[in-house]
Design a protein around this ligand. Structure first.
Ligand SMILES: [Zn+2]
Length: 337
């Protein structure tokens, strides 16, 4: 792999606070960057979470990795930033501090940021300057919030060498479902910035309000361990499910057009299920008049539910409700025993 960590490092775990700015309250806004130094030199793997402030589940995944990997057996370094946007986390909102006196911007659209920019751009700048440099690979975690759950790895159709390596690492994460977007759907994401620097990057969309959180974290850990083994950072056997499924083509981000009371037909146990076209997934009622405002239905003959809103909740117009893929595009990835 490319960059080796210095041979003089001491094995062990530590963290530091990277300052961003002074808030009007007088507090210093800082980002906690963790380091797990291995006993021997080797590559550096970056783990990043919570660029969207309402995505808390994957903080636990990062904690599990730092708790479970023994630095004495590690070659190289794990560098982790569990809360990428602390201001959004504070308000538990996707963007920076909705309802607070900030710029309300989506951190994962402004990389590499700007030191003299809006608050969110300043956060991105510090991540770009202090977290990203020197990484040999990156996993950017996203997840559902308290009302949603998600389970797939998102790939970008990128024929370059760094794109090919990103696909390789993404498969090793061991998700049952992967989805390749036909064209990059966003700009200014952390992984796009990292890839522009030649750093292979994974977008792991893992968890949220899942039915068995502890077992789910265990599965995530197995996938990250696979990546560590592949990078030569740990000894061991790569463990993959017998078969994974690659989805492609267009996908549907199904969001309610109306706000109101959201009543799901599919609970969280139906995550990753395939349902026929026309299946009612959930309904939005007016909680004031009880009028049915809309029904959200499956669009494809084989609709694969890769993200869902599985609990009764208040929804606003345009909130995430479902991400749906076309099962007709499914291609099996068969892994050897
Ligand atoms: Zn996200």
């Amino acid at each position: 792999m490319a960059l080796a960590t210095p041979t003089s490092q001491k094995p062990g775990r530590s963290h530091r606070w990277a300052p961003v700015t002074t808030r009007a309250s007088g507090e210093t806004l800082s980002l906690a960057i963790h380091t797990l130094h291995g006993a021997q030199p080797g590559p550096t793997l970056g783990l990043f979470s919570t660029s969207h402030g309402d995505e808390a589940f994957t903080v636990q995944v990062i904690k599990a990795v730092l708790d479970r990997v023994d630095p004495a057996k590690l070659r190289g370094t794990i560098r982790a930033l569990p809360v990428g946007n602390p201001v959004a986390f504070e308000s538990f909102t996707r963007s920076t501090g909705q309802g607070m006196n900030t710029d309300k911007t989506n951190l994962n659209r402004v990389f590499p940021g700007k030191s003299t920019g809006w608050l969110t751009e300043q956060i991105a700048h510090v991540i770009s300057e202090e977290f990203v440099p020197g990484l040999d690979a990156l996993i950017d975690f996203h997840c559902g919030n308290s009302e949603t759950a998600i389970n797939y790895v998102l790939l970008e159709n990128d024929p370059s060498e760094v794109g090919r390596k990103s696909v390789e690492l993404s498969k090793l994460c061991g998700s049952d479902l992967l989805y390749t977007a036909p064209t990059p759907e966003q700009t200014g994401t952390l992984t796009q910035y990292a890839k522009s620097l030649g750093i292979p990057s994974v977008i792991a969309q893992w968890g949220g309000n899942v039915t068995n959180p502890a077992a789910y974290v265990d599965r995530c850990f197995v996938g990250i361990r696979n990546v560590l083994i592949h990078l030569g950072m740990l000894e061991g056997q790569i463990v993959l499910p017998p078969q994974q499924t690659m989805l492609s083509g267009a996908r549907t981000l199904l969001a309610p057009r109306h706000g109101g009371l959201f009543v799901p037909e599919l609970g969280f146990d139906r995550l990753c299920d395939t349902v026929p076209a026309g299946t009612v997934l959930g309904r939005v009622y007016s909680p004031h008049t009880f009028e049915l405002l809309e029904e959200l239905t499956a669009p494809y003959d084989q609709t694969v539910v890769i993200m869902l809103r599985g609990t009764l909740s208040r929804v606003n117009p345009g909130d995430y409700a479902y991400i749906l893929c076309n099962g007709a595009t499914a291609e099996p990835i068969v892994n050897g025993k």
